[in-house]
Design a protein around this ligand. Sequence first.
Ligand SMILES: Cc1cc2nc3c(=O)[nH]c(=O)nc-3n(C[C@H](O)[C@H](O)[C@H](O)COP(=O)(O)OP(=O)(O)OC[C@H]3O[C@@H](n4cnc5c(N)ncnc54)[C@H](O)[C@@H]3O)c2cc1C
Length: 359
Amino acid sequence: MVFKHEYDTVVVGAGPAGVMAALGAARRGTVLLVESAPMPRDKSCGGMLNEYAQEFLGRIAPLPSSMVRDPEHVHFRYVDWDRGIRKPTGLRFLNVDRREFDDWLVSLLPDNVEVVGLAPVTGFEQDRGGVRVSVKHEDSVHEIRCENLVGADGARSAVRRTLGEGSVSNYVTLQDFCRLEGELEPYFDCIYMRDIGDCYAYSYVVPKGGFGLVGSVYYPKTKRPHEKQDQTMEILRRSLPALGETVKREASVALHVRAATDVVAGRGRVLLVGEAGGFMSPTSGEGISYALNSGMAAGEALAGHSPDEALAAYRASIDPIARNIARKLRWLPFMESSWGKYLAGFVPTPIVSKVTEGL
Ligand SMILES: Cc1cc2nc3c(=O)[nH]c(=O)nc-3n(C[C@H](O)[C@H](O)[C@H](O)COP(=O)(O)OP(=O)(O)OC[C@H]3O[C@@H](n4cnc5c(N)ncnc54)[C@H](O)[C@@H]3O)c2cc1C
């Protein structure tokens, strides 16, 4: 790979936010999309596309059926494990393979976007003429100039930190792919239980092709999360014998959004999108539709405005997303309290379904 010395836009991170930003920015000129992981990248994820994500993608291109896993659609179900309460909701998800989904998104990019894996951005500086970006690739550091930089580097965004916008803490996530030894019900179960302790937020269980996918979300700074996950798996397997041995376990992080001020559009010529900008549902952990929408908004701002005006245009267009996150944050104290979880067990299923749709 030979980098050019100049691009109109450099995008850091090839997740859904970065790809959408690159797609929009390509209408203005040349784009370099750099990713620190090898491409196609592997993102630990449930691969559940909610209706907003499906709707968004429907406007872009038809989704290839090859990336969809069995069962194709699953409904979200609230589960109070200790009391054996299960409340199915009307929320319907498309069940996809996340690696194939991400790879398909990249395939939508036009020729004037150069995509390079194993190329972490190691630093950048803004000056009056734009941004100077340092990209490490194959033992060399390349200095590249651009008009605008897009930080789409996820929950641990270094671009955000370098801008001095502070960092958001992260949940610790663990995901087990279990061999299926029977049938799991075709639901996306979100499970609350008390036995794991205060570090535990929730788990989800969903059938995915020949596997049972079990993810758990632990609060920031959880000590020995693998031990907690072993304990969680043991409890779940007692009542879900279809969950056979774990064939793969992934550890990752997800944004722990706690305040409306965690959402940040960027600074100067640098725009932040997806989890890097704080865009993620604080109540459901859903992040793909937020990444797609914020990435697209940044791409459109870059395509339609001068380099100096792009950030203001982007900030204005993401205002509805920021307000959506602020509204969801108001539900958090209720959802995370033990009395909130207890009361949810008594709420009639249609009401749980209705409320969940807004979360
Ligand atoms: C276990 C788990 C399960 C999830 N399940 C779901 C789900 O079922 N449905 C859903 O909607 N959401 C889910 N999410 C959330 C969703 O995956 C994210 O919100 C979404 O991927 C965010 O997209 P993004 O583009 O902002 O960032 P990411 O997808 O995280 O992409 C950021 C990219 O930036 C790269 N990068 C980082 N630093 C650098 C650097 N210095 N230079 C170059 N590249 C860099 C990273 O390697 C990464 O590929 C889940 C998250 C986790 C952790």
